[in-house]
Design a protein around this ligand. Structure first.
Ligand code: NAD
Length: 255
């Protein structure tokens, strides 16, 4: 028996090797959950699992239908069930005007951020249904899921789709007692934020990040831990009456 608000619950976290996924996985493990980390970056995944101590690692690409079915099947085979799902893996794609965008770049972003999220939702919701219902899911959308952004159309379109999938999954899952919500982070200090800044300002990415942070009402970027506060609360029984919601974590940028 473990202790904590997720004692003996089984959680899957995609994109769990780094950034926001790692922060959520760490919090879930600290609060008593058995955590299965899914990521395509094997080296980083191994490091994170070693740091966490107790977690299980599965190397998988969330775009791959068979691999997604397999990470859910292996979780249920190893732990007997699954209770919590943080459907979080995502990529930023290019900072390019829609006028100059390549189809391959559009497809690549949609494939990870939309197909990957859909496949994860479907397989985990099937597992929840076969074990008699219940279960909580949080998808990672973005503030890019509720507004446009210049030179960022694949990412913005993909995160709008995550918002739509979240609402539909909440409605489809309700009859089985499954809750589905999304977080919509703003400016969070991870590899992804740095990668975006490097595309926009290759000679001075750190300066650009500071500028963007100063432009938020709270005048700073957020941490992955601050997103984990919201995600773990939405996954917990304290959020038992909440489903189908999109939760901004953006320092007031969209106020
Ligand atoms: P990150 O790049 O640090 O982490 C993303 C993780 O997902 C990585 O470990 C990566 O290996 C993994 N991943 C990517 N593609 C994958 C695939 N096809 N299959 C399996 N794993 C894959 O970035 P992050 O900021 O932690 O991003 C996590 C989520 O948060 C993403 O969905 C991102 O769009 C979203 N988000 C981030 C910010 C931000 O400011 N950092 C803001 C809004 C939303």
């Amino acid at each position: 028996m473990s202790e904590g608000r997720f004692a003996d619950q089984v959680a899957i976290v995609t994109g769990g090797a780094a950034g926001i996924g790692k922060a959520v996985a760490t919090r879930l493990a600290t609060d008593g959950a058995h955590v299965v980390l899914v990521d395509r970056d094997e080296a980083q995944l191994e490091k994170t699992v070693t740091t966490l101590g107790t977690a299980t690692a599965i190397v998988a690409d969330v775009r791959d239908e068979a691999a997604v079915a397999d990470y859910v099947r292996r979780t249920v085979a190893d732990y007997g069930r699954v209770d919590l799902f943080f459907n979080n893996a995502g990529i930023e794609g290019p900072r390019t005007s829609i006028i100059d965008l390549d189809t391959t770049d559009f497809d690549r972003v949609m494939s990870v951020n939309v197909r990957g999220v859909f496949l994860g939702l479907r397989e985990v919701m099937r597992a929840f249904r076969s074990q008699g219902g219940g279960g909580a899911i949080v998808n990672t959308a973005s503030m890019a899921g509720i507004r446009g952004s210049r030179r960022f159309s694949p990412y913005v379109a993909s995160k709008h789709a995550v918002v739509g999938l979240t609402r539909c999954a909440a409605l489809d899952g309700a009859e089985f007692g499954i809750r589905v919500n999304a977080v919509a982070p703003g400016l969070i200090d991870t590899r992804m934020l740095r990668a975006i800044a490097e595309q926009d300002a290759p000679s001075h990415p750190e300066e650009l990040i500071s500028q963007m942070a100063q432009d938020t009402p709270l005048k700073r970027s957020g941490t992955a831990d601050e997103v984990a506060n919201m995600v773990t609360w939405l996954l917990s029984s304290e959020a038992s009456y909440i489903t189908g919601t999109i939760n901004l974590i953006d320092a007031g940028l969209n106020a």
